[in-house]
Design a protein around this ligand. Structure first.
Ligand code: PMP
Length: 444
């Protein structure tokens, strides 16, 4: 299987030459938190397979829903046609999200949702007679996907630098993430202080700005960096004051990851555009959605000949199988009191990783709801990081695989973002594996 794969495939986010020494792992089946390879070796999926899986692999309830849909309708064009799963899903998403969000526009992956939100915001201002509002503001360390528009509003050099000549220019505001705070400065104080630069940017460039885009509370791909909700509250106020849209990219953090159904709830704010994907289908099928306001919708609602309609489409927009998986996922949230039960799991995640704080090569252990991140550092006192060329995270990855866990560090940051069906014992095991991995990765 490995040989067959490596002779025909090109894997994502991978230097393929690594596989000369790094074993590729074909998976035969999944069950709950477990992935099982062809030798019967099992791995806890501690990263929810790129943050998509919520209720375990081969979840019987989602399986049944998708199976049932399969016999009814696998797919239909969503222009001019509709179907029950997409209507019901839209009704339920509108019910679940803040009252100002009344319209659902679908795409089929996270990056595409970000493209939709950027285009819709720009196009809204154009339709409203402000075509000069063409620019976007993003946060340092943000990640919004890897298609060209989404990449342009991201700030992770690893993904962006090479393609910079192809990208539109965005404004980047300094990070509000508490990991950068001074000694003795709280996450809230730091967020307030950092907001001053954002406020200045908005004031200076309001006339040319379409929107600010953020990953609320938790910047995932940029290193699992967390910030205080006060930043979002201040940002919402300022966006209103300066007439700039707010795009909340909850593609990774939505559906309970941060401890609430949506991260924006913790700041008691609502965005003008809310992007969702990943956990939307429980991790089953590619689907994304942008929720927006009636005001935005109305700016496009006009006679055809005015040519004000929104121009964006993907072949698999609102796929019925994916929508049915999403409905089954929302059923599980409703029936199993998931957000409440996750509080206990989050508590365990905090408890078992707390001792890691004292490790001589751990700079910070941070947690936001169902996500814990452990940052390895070369020098604990100065927080100096290991040079990326040393690939310390990869040593942890290898160690964890041996021990039966899929931990896939982001550089020097090891994190758990597990499916919600994980048990306290499995969380304890992950913490032990992480500690062992850190020992091995930092012993020289
Ligand atoms: N936004 C965020 C916050 C993400 O974490 C990701 C995926 N890691 C994306 C957008 C892009 O989603 P996709 O990979 O489905 O294109």
């Amino acid at each position: 299987m490995i040989q067959r794969d490596l002779s025909v495939l090109w894997h994502p986010c991978t230097q393929m030459k690594d596989h000369e020494t790094l074993p590729l792992i074909p998976i035969r089946r999944g069950e709950g938190v477990w992935l099982e390879d062809f030798e019967g070796k099992r791995y806890i999926d501690a990263v929810s397979s790129w943050w998509v899986n919520l209720f375990g692999h081969a979840n019987p309830r989602i399986n049944a829903a998708v199976r049932e849909q399969l016999d009814l309708l696998e797919h239909v064009i969503l222009a001019g046609f509709s179907h029950e799963p997409v209507v019901e899903l839209s009704e339920r998403l509108i019910e679940l999200t803040p009252p100002n969000l009344t319209r659902c526009f679908y795409a089929d992956n996270g990056s595409a949702a970000v493209e939709v939100a950027l285009k819709m915001s720009f196009h809204y201002w154009r339709n409203r007679g402000q075509p000069q509002k063409t620019k976007f503001v993003t946060l340092q360390d943000s990640y919004h996907g890897e298609t060209l528009g989404a990449l342009a509003v991201g700030d992770v050099a690893l993904y962006k630098e090479t393609y910079a000549p192809l990208l539109m220019q965005a404004f980047t505001a300094p990070s509000p993430a508490g990991c950068y705070a001074n000694d003795g400065e709280s996450y809230a104080e730091y967020a307030r202080r950092q907001f001053e630069a954002m406020a200045a940017l908005l004031e200076k460039h309001a006339d040319e700005l379409a929107a600010v885009i953020v990953e609320p509370l938790l910047q995932c791909a940029g290193g699992m960096r967390m910030y205080h909700p006060i930043y979002l509250s201040l940002l919402r106020e300022a966006c209103d004051q300066y007439n700039v849209h707010l795009i909340a990219d909850e593609i990774a953090v939505g559906f309970g990851r941060t401890g609430t159904m949506f991260a924006c709830e913790q700041a008691k704010i609502s965005a003008d555009f809310l992007c969702l994907s990943k956990g939307l289908t429980g991790g089953y099928l590619p689907l994304s959605v942008v929720l927006t306001t009636e005001e935005v919708y109305q700016a496009f609602y006009d006679d055809y000949i005015k040519l004000n309609a929104f121009l964006h489409s993907h072949s698999y927009t609102g796929n019925p199988l994916a929508c049915r998986a999403a409905l089954a996922t929302l059923d599980i949230f409703a029936q199993d009191n998931v957000i409440e039960n996750n509080r206990k799991l989050a508590q365990v995640m905090g408890d078992v990783t707390r001792p890691l704080r004292d490790h001589p090569h751990v700079g910070e252990v941070r947690q936001q709801g169902m996500v814990v991140a452990i940052e390895m550092v070369k020098d604990k006192a100065t927080r100096q990081s290991y040079p990326w060329q040393e690939r310390r995270g990869l040593r942890v990855y290898r160690y964890a695989l041996e021990k039966g866990a899929l931990l896939r560090p982001l550089g020097n940051v090891i994190y758990f973002m597990p499916p919600y069906v994980i048990t306290p014992e499995q969380i304890q095991l992950l913490a032990e594996i992480a500690l062992g991995g850190i020992e091995v990765a930092t012993d020289d």
